[in-house]
Design a protein around this ligand. Structure first.
Ligand code: BDR
Ligand code: CA
Length: 321
């Protein structure tokens, strides 16, 4: 059993990652933290708690609210992809009686900040805790600045982020999580605990279409199935307008899959750098992945391949069990 802390800017695919993680018997989700990214951290925190309510979890993991602003840059959000509430505009949906289908959740949060909780758990599980950040790395970087001694005992960081041999999704060269807080990413890479990156190169291979979602849900009419349809609708429409397919990516679920089903994934070691200053290419992740090239000492493992259909089927088997 692996002890993990999931650090999310809970938008649509973050919600799917939370559901997958909590349905993965190989993982013990010790805590879930929030951070500004897809939307402001206040909304991300609410979305995290709303997801846990929709899932009907009995035992809540510890949840903590994280940082509102990146280390240096002003916050950039992705509400145009995830809806103005960050969760596919589900907060606008009404029941037949006019009540909100997804009311504000109980504020089941620890009084600790996300940064302090990360440090605390790193101390409680030395050399065991795996951090899974699926949003900007602000919380993780701040925890490293605040208590480097305890943070050095983190076993591994398995993050969603980066674009290496493919275009970015926020600019031509940058992936969103890296773009929002590139200084935090460089700090984490320089810190020296093992880092694995799951970039767009692989997350863009796993496409969840509306048709597939419907066929997997079938005749089920429970709260979770309704939630899955509701949260994905706005982002599927966004991708339909842009790419002609009613569907979406489930980026943040992939690091969870990598932890529990490593056979679906291929990784290579590399020396990764992040562009932190240029206006044009800020947030770009750079690594020479060509085989046989002279490399600098690797500072990360990069996921370069995925069995997309195998993983997608596994994802459904787990979340709809
Ligand atoms: C990443 O950016 C966010 O919008 C998603 O939640 C995911 O973590 C994909 O680039
Ligand atoms: Ca995310």
């Amino acid at each position: 059993m692996q002890h993990i802390l999931l650090d999310t800017d809970t938008g649509v695919d973050d919600a799917l990652a939370i559901i997958l993680a909590l349905n993965s018997p190989e993982l013990k989700v010790e805590a879930i933290t929030s951070v500004s990214g897809n939307v402001h951290v206040d909304l991300c925190t609410r979305n995290l708690l709303m997801t846990l309510e929709a899932l009907g979890v009995k035992e809540y993991p510890i949840c903590a609210k994280g940082e509102a602003h990146p280390l240096i840059k002003p916050l950039v959000t992705a509400a145009h992809v995830h809806g103005s509430d960050g969760l596919g505009d589900v907060t606008r949906l009404l029941t037949s009686t006019g009540a909100r289908r997804y009311p504000d959740p109980e504020p089941r949060l620890t009084a600790m900040s996300a940064v302090d909780l990360i440090i605390d758990l790193a101390g409680q599980y030395p050399d065991e805790l795996v951090l899974v950040p699926v949003g900007p790395l602000t919380n993780i970087a701040k925890a490293m600045i605040k208590d480097p001694t305890r943070m050095r005992r983190i076993r591994e960081i398995v993050l969603m982020g980066g674009a290496f041999e493919t275009y970015g999704n926020v600019t031509t060269t940058a992936e969103f999580n890296i773009f929002v807080d590139p200084q935090a990413v460089q700090l984490v890479l320089d810190f020296g605990v093992p880092v694995t990156m799951v970039p767009l190169d692989v997350t863009h291979q796993v496409v969840l279409t509306g048709k597939r979602l419907q066929s997997e849900i079938g005749q089920r009419n429970d709260r979770l199935s309704q939630f899955l349809r509701d949260v994905t609708h706005t982002t599927m429409e966004f991708h339909q307008d842009r790419e002609g397919v009613y569907g979406t990516y489930i980026h943040d679920a992939l690091p969870i899959g990598l932890l529990t089903q490593p056979d679906f994934f291929e990784t290579v070691e590399a020396f990764v750098q992040v562009e932190t200053s240029s206006d044009l290419t800020q947030g770009m992740t750079i690594a020479d992945l060509r085989p046989g090239r002279p490399h600098l000492k690797p500072n990360a493992r990069i996921c370069v391949g995925v069995n997309a259909e195998g993983f997608l089927q596994h994802f459904f088997n787990r979340i709809l069990q």
